[in-house]
Write a protein that binds this ligand. Structure first.
Ligand SMILES: Nc1ncnc2c1ncn2[C@@H]1O[C@H](COP(=O)(O)OP(=O)(O)OP(=O)(O)O)[C@@H](O)[C@H]1O
Ligand SMILES: [Mg+2]
Length: 497
């Protein structure tokens, strides 16, 4: 090595991995003496693990030096193996940690998605419960209001006949009457929302109904809106109250018009559809009426609230906010649904789903009603209403018609009168009364006096399932002439009349 360039070798030694320290055995010669003194420290420095062996040496010496160098090297290899093992296990660990982290992440994402789903379901349920509660509340208030209006309208009706026919007085009474009638119309809409409307349900051809409304719709939307109607020639009939459905359609049309102040396209379409979400629906086939506009649309918040009663974004005096709520209530009462799709700036699609029926008009028709003859003779009428204000106003109307009146405020009082053999020709009773309702009273009364005609006065469709719906009914509030006609009709269809 004396004359050799040791730099490449030194570079290799430097570049050894941490576990490696290659042993060198350098053979020297005694005659190298002086130079050796200078060379040895330099070589040791450069090569590190150096053993010097001076010649001549005994072969055994050489063997033992070589052996121990080799042993040292083997140890280094063992160290290398251990280090590698360690690294591998570290890698596995890291991989495991990474895998586990990924698993946790996906589980977390799933949990979050599930939570969001549950939240959405809960929101929907809460919204439904809220609407249900508002419905009950509104229904209750509307019912009481209807009764009060009954008293107002009834008494005004009588008053009009009794005061001197001076135009000044008549105007006052007419004003009061108009106000009361408007109130009655409002309570009707509230009752519609509360699904407690008294509906006259008949198999109806929606296509025919829509064609009949063409003019009315054209007139309501004005000249700037282009109307397109897609109505098939034949459609299954739907079991609905045609008047109420017309009102609902008109409401949707007016909403669309208001959403397109600068004009736009209005499309009204009727088709047959099978519901996708079964839960809400009970029948397989529905007739779907779609009213679609490309007006201002609604954002998510407005859309959510649109069917709530009194929710309106229209300026004061323009909208009562009852249009969609009554349409929604009507659809539900008829076994269908109102579906709204809308996006701000994109327009709105309102769908009215109504269950199709196979009934033909003839099947549903009830026996033609006899023309109401005037009741000439004086009869005795028993009037029952738990609200004294109502029973009194009805009694006054009946008295004014020239009949004799017995007026009581409960079913039991009415039965007492009948049991005491008072001759009664007609029973007019309210339906919803505490303890004994009108229908129960009618049944009990007929046990005492089997041929007794009964007229049921109802403010709304409060008659629960299974009620004897064949009883003649009159809707509150009513005018005297309506009551007179109803009385005449009941008496005319009485057995043996
Ligand atoms: N086609 C539509 N485009 C945009 N927004 C609509 C549409 N229909 C309804 N809305 C929104 O829903 C609200 C409630 O409608 P709804 O018909 O119940 O009440 P209204 O039209 O405000 O008043 P009312 O119908 O009692 O006169 C509206 O005020 C409006 O904000
Ligand atoms: Mg409206």
């Amino acid at each position: 090595m004396r004359s050799a360039d040791v730099r490449p070798l030194a570079a290799w030694v430097d570049a050894q991995p941490p576990w490696s320290d290659l042993p060198f055995i350098i053979l020297t010669h005694r005659s190298d003496g002086r130079q050796l003194h200078q060379e040895i420290p330099r070589l040791s420095e450069l090569l590190g693990n150096v053993t010097l062996l001076e010649r001549p040496f005994h072969p055994l010496t050489f063997m033992s030096v070589a052996k121990s160098a080799h042993k040292g090297r083997r140890r280094q290899y063992e160290a290398r193996a251990r280090i590698e093992e360690l690294r591998e296990s570290e890698e596995t660990l890291e991989r495991r940690v990474a895998e586990r982290t990924a698993e946790l992440k996906s589980a977390h994402a799933m949990a979050i998605a599930e939570m969001a789903q549950r939240q959405a379901a809960e929101d929907k349920l809460r919204q439904l419960q809220k609407m249900e509660m508002i419905g009950q509340l509104t229904g209750g208030v509307a019912h009481d209001f209807n009764n009060l209006l009954m008293a107002v309208i009834g008494n005004l009706d009588l008053l009009r006949k009794r005061i001197p026919p001076e135009p000044k007085f008549m105007r006052l009474i007419d004003g009061a009457m108009q106000g009361a009638q408007r109130g009655a119309a409002l309570t009707q809409r509230l009752l519609a929302f509360a699904r407690r409307q008294d509906l006259k349900v008949e198999p109806t051809d929606l296509a025919q109904l829509l064609r009949g409304m063409g003019d009315l719709i054209e007139r309501s939307i004005g000249g700037q809106i282009v109307l397109k109607m897609v109505v098939p020639d034949t459609l299954p009939r739907v079991l609905v109250d045609a008047n109420q459905i017309e009102l609902a359609i008109l409401n949707l049309v007016v909403n669309a018009r208001d959403a397109m102040p600068g004009g736009g396209d209005l499309k009204i379409e009727v088709d047959v559809a099978e519901p996708v979400e079964q839960a809400e629906f009970s029948t397989d086939t529905y007739v779907r009426l779609t009213v679609e506009d490309n007006g201002v649309g609604m954002d998510a918040e407005t859309l959510k609230k649109a069917t709530e009663p009194f929710f309106s974004t229209k300026e004061l005096g323009k909208g009562t906010g009852l249009g969609l709520s009554m349409t929604h209530g009507l659809a539900r009462q008829l076994g269908g649904a109102l579906r709204l799709h809308s996006e701000a700036g994109r327009g709105t699609r309102a769908e009215l789903w109504l269950p199709a029926t196979e009934m033909s008009v003839a099947e549903h028709a009830v026996a033609p009603q006899a023309a109401a003859p005037k009741t000439e003779s004086k009869i005795t009428i028993l009037i029952v209403d738990d609200d004294a204000l109502i029973s009194m106003s009805t009694a006054l109307m009946v008295e004014d018609l020239g009949h004799e009146v017995l007026e009581v405020n409960s079913g039991n009082q009415a039965l007492d009168i009948l049991r005491n053999e008072r001759r009664v020709d007609l029973l007019i009773t309210d339906f919803s009364m505490p303890k004994m309702n009108g229908e129960q009273l009618a049944r009990a009364a007929k046990e005492i006096q089997p041929d007794l005609p009964v007229l049921l006065a109802t403010g709304y469709a409060e008659l629960p399932e299974g009620t004897d719906s064949s009883l003649p009914r009159i809707g509150k509030p009513f005018l005297q002439e309506q009551l007179a006609a109803a009385i005449a009709e009941v008496l005319a269809t009485r057995p043996g009349a």
